[in-house]
Ligand binder design. Structure first.
Ligand code: ZN
Length: 369
């Protein structure tokens, strides 16, 4: 038995972000624009804001958005009486905006009340238009936002149907200027979503289809994009793959790769995609025997005859993007391994198809010297 839900309207194609102001009018009369400090200076974002007229702009979102940023955005939404939200950026502005658009209509003043295990969101939320500028997180089609709580030293998700964006405008043109590191890191985040959605204990048929197709397109196009960053057709393949990968994991959820990524991001400041990529090829080889025929089907669809071959390709992508491949690259001292292992046992670890022990992770990190 399974249930598949996706309430987000998806509009995909080169140039669709030019329709942003027009689309926004379908959802409200006073939107707030949420973006990052660098993006606010780009031509397309400036054009969108100019077309919207006199609307509040929140450009304070940093990589790994914090609970304080969500609370500040929520105060702005309430003070300015905004009735809709436009989020333009990578996963960080999107996640911050998703959390605030669900928090704003509630009686709570802070998002902490809703962090894992706390209060549940009601149905009410401000409609959100998500405009991704990377081909990675798939946040435009998921009901989850991952937030940093620097005071508590933790990274935790808020989730619920209220977090689904109302509308996704996926425009590959917006990814043309991404530097190689970000292109590879975000693509490997998307690949992690596809593979983890597929091998999750909660995998299900529709998500499997999206996962296989997403993984196939990333393996086929990532090197092409690195060789020719302005190849719009190859960029569009990655944008589509990241969107599919978002659909692939949003119901099955992630597993060991994302569990391990959290301490790598909070303690060693690895970008989310680089943190996922750090353990991805190990996870492929570790999980393949537990998946049997299901792994063979996936590998074959992606053009590989074994887990070793797939892992080698992932390693080559990491080298191509200049992503950290060893403990030294990531700034992790060897004597920090026991603590890192301990901190990796996030609840998502229980979603892994093969049980992961501390010894397994100790061996994995020990081998990355
Ligand atoms: Zn991710």
């Amino acid at each position: 038995m399974w249930t598949f839900t996706l309430p987000t309207k998806i509009q995909f194609g080169v140039g669709v972000s030019r329709d942003c102001a027009q689309v926004a009018r379908e959802y409200g009369s006073r939107p707030v624009v949420v973006t990052g400090k660098t993006l606010i200076g780009t031509d397309r974002v400036r054009e969108i804001i100019a077309e919207l007229g006199d609307v509040p702009v929140f450009a304070e979102v940093t990589p790994n958005p914090t609970v304080q940023q969500v609370d500040a955005l929520t105060r702005l939404i309430r003070e300015e009486h905004c009735d809709s939200v436009i989020a333009i950026g990578g996963g960080s502005p999107l996640d911050c905006a998703k959390a605030a658009s669900a928090l704003a209509p509630s009686s709570e003043s802070g998002i902490r009340a809703f962090l894992t295990g706390g209060r549940q969101f009601g149905r009410e939320r401000l409609p959100l238009i998500a405009v991704p500028t990377t081909s990675g997180t798939g946040s435009e089609v998921t009901p989850i936002a991952v937030l940093d709580d620097p005071d508590a030293g933790t990274k935790a998700p808020v989730a619920g149907p209220a977090l689904y964006p109302a509308h996704a405008l996926v425009d590959p043109e917006l990814t043309l200027s991404l530097p190689r590191f970000t292109t590879v890191a975000t693509a490997l985040d998307a690949l992690s979503h596809a593979l983890e959605g597929y091998w999750s204990k909660n995998h299900q048929p529709i998500c499997d289809l999206a996962a296989i197709e997403a993984a196939r397109r990333i393996f086929a196009n990532l090197e092409r994009v690195c060789e020719a960053p302005d190849n719009l057709e190859a960029r569009a393949e990655l944008s589509y793959a990241a969107l599919l990968a978002g659909m692939a994991f949003q119901l099955p959820k992630n597993a060991m790769v994302h569990a391990c990524s959290f301490p790598l991001s909070t303690r060693y400041h690895l970008a989310h995609g680089a943190a996922c990529a750090f353990t991805l090829e190990f996870a492929v080889q570790f999980n393949a025997p537990a998946l049997g025929e299901r792994f063979s089907d996936l590998a074959r669809a992606c053009g590989f005859s074994s887990a070793t071959e797939m892992a080698a390709r992932i390693h080559a992508f990491k080298r191509l993007g200049g992503l950290p491949c060893t403990l030294a690259d990531a700034g992790i001292p060897a004597d920090a391994i026991p603590d890192l292992v301990q901190a990796s046992f996030h609840p998502l670890m229980n979603n892994n198809p093969r049980e992961v022990t501390k010894e397994d992770l100790g061996r994995m990190y020990g081998g990355l010297t």
